[in-house]
Design a protein around this ligand. Structure first.
Ligand code: NAI
Ligand code: MG
Length: 395
């Protein structure tokens, strides 16, 4: 069988640091692949006026699977100033390449597992009966619809007349009839049956394949009747095809409260774009935060695996680097699972679990230090030392 080709998109800042660490672990576990590097991020915006060059899209189109580090985004006006002098004033406009990738390849399914590792000093704890302290083991996997909802960008301040008139045909708009049009800001929350079905089905399939007993739809159908309502009614329909798995619902506001009380009771959670964003950040905070939060963006053709964190520019120049490579390495495990290399994924996850539980080697975040170069003098492991320990524990 010919070797697989994986597209590596390190991007900016610490993306360039953590991605090679994940590849070291993949090599160590015996995963055989060819890797091609693809250009993405700030450097290419400044040099070429395009942070997501066509040659990168072509590589993804050809090879389908990619590991991505992180990119730096800046506000439009700052971006324009950093453009190479010969490109300035020529109409180039900055856009986020990760949002660009999601749109271009229709990466509509986002998976964010939030699982606690035993012994992680960053784990959520709570008071139990008497003076006891409890540390629940959390194993939640959030399925977030990645392309629709409030993030579609269909919005207006002072909407054009035809849009305004269309809105005014809705009876509920009578509450805004006295507001001058110029003082109205409107953002649309758009769901489609096709993509709502796809995210729900992905969640149920995952629950079935990985032995979860329930799928919880986290929305707000009692208030947002049309969009959240669509997701909830489709969920009930689809659940009939999955007899062993119960379908539950929570409202996003209540969910955020429950996750500080009984987060261990949740398994697979499925949400729209915005509520999924909120719920996954909430759960990630219970299991170690950005140093541990991994994700997958899955489309029908192209799939991209990346840590949830950004490029953390402040940390990019530290030598040695102090950032935690675990989020990136766990994202690489998600890639392995996706392509059917489950055994290798499990091996790496077990090595991470052992490293965290033994606690001999800890990155600055696990030591609860502030992120300065001095963390190393205070006993924090460097990024490379963390990876070395994980590789050692593979054996
Ligand atoms: P960030 O995630 O880059 O960093 C926030 C803080 O989290 C850091 O200062 C650090 O304390 C901590 N952190 C992040 N990664 C860590 C790791 N691996 N280990 C330990 N601690 C870690 O978010 P921020 O500072 O808001 O954004 C920086 C840049 O990244 C911006 O330009 C932003 O637009 C971009 N960004 C890119 C994303 C992506 O590529 N998907 C996602 C989020 C932000
Ligand atoms: Mg990322």
């Amino acid at each position: 069988m010919s070797k697989r080709t994986i597209v590596l998109m390190p991007g900016d800042g610490i993306g360039k640091i953590v991605l090679p660490e994940a590849v070291r672990v993949l090599d160590a576990v015996g995963f055989e692949a060819d890797y091609v590097n693809a250009d993405i991020g700030w450097e290419f915006w400044c040099k070429e006026g395009n942070p997501l060059p066509q040659r990168t899209l072509d590589l993804l189109e050809k090879h389908h699977i990619s590991l991505f580090g992180a990119i730096t985004s800046k506000p439009k006006s700052d971006a324009a100033k950093e453009l190479a002098p010969e490109l300035q004033g020529k109409g180039y406009e900055y856009y986020s390449p990760i949002v660009g990738l999601r749109q271009h390849f229709d990466l509509d399914i986002c998976i964010r597992p939030c699982k606690s590792f035993k012994g992680n000093p960053l784990n959520f704890i709570r008071k139990g009966p008497g003076n006891t302290v409890e540390e629940p083991i959390i194993d939640a996997v959030i399925f977030r619809q990645n392309t629709e909802c409030l993030y579609v960008g269909v919005e207006w301040t002072n909407p054009p007349e035809n849009v305004y008139q269309a809105f005014m045909t809705h009876p509920k708009m009578k509450n805004f009839a006295k507001t001058p049009k110029e003082e109205l800001a409107i953002s649309s929350r758009i769901f489609t049956k096709k993509y709502t079905t796809r995210i729900l089905r992905a969640a149920f399939e995952y629950a079935k394949n990985y032995g979860y007993k329930s799928v919880t739809v986290c929305e707000k159908p009692n208030v947002i009747r049309e969009t959240s309502g669509m997701m909830w009614s489709l969920a009930k329909e689809i659940s009939k095809e999955y007899p062993g798995i119960s379908v539950k619902d929570t409202n996003i506001d209540a969910q955020m409260m429950w996750l500080t009380k009984n987060p261990e009771t949740y398994g697979v959670i499925v949400s729209s774009n915005m509520f999924g964003d909120i719920a996954s950040d909430g759960f990630a905070g219970l299991v170690g935060g950005l140093g541990f939060a991994c994700s997958a963006n899955l489309g029908e053709k192209v799939c991209i695996f990346e840590p949830t964190h950004g490029s953390a520019p402040k940390y990019a120049e530290f030598s040695p680097s102090i950032v935690n490579p675990i989020a990136m390495i766990l994202s690489a495990c998600m890639m392995l699972e996706h392509i059917g290399e489950n055994e290798k994924a499990q091996k790496i996850q077990a090595a991470i679990a052992k490293t965290v539980e033994e606690g001999k080697v800890k990155s600055y975040d696990m030591m609860k230090l502030s992120g300065s170069q001095d963390a190393i003098n205070k006993g924090a492991a460097s990024t490379t030392q963390m990876t070395d320990e994980i590789i050692k524990n593979l054996k």
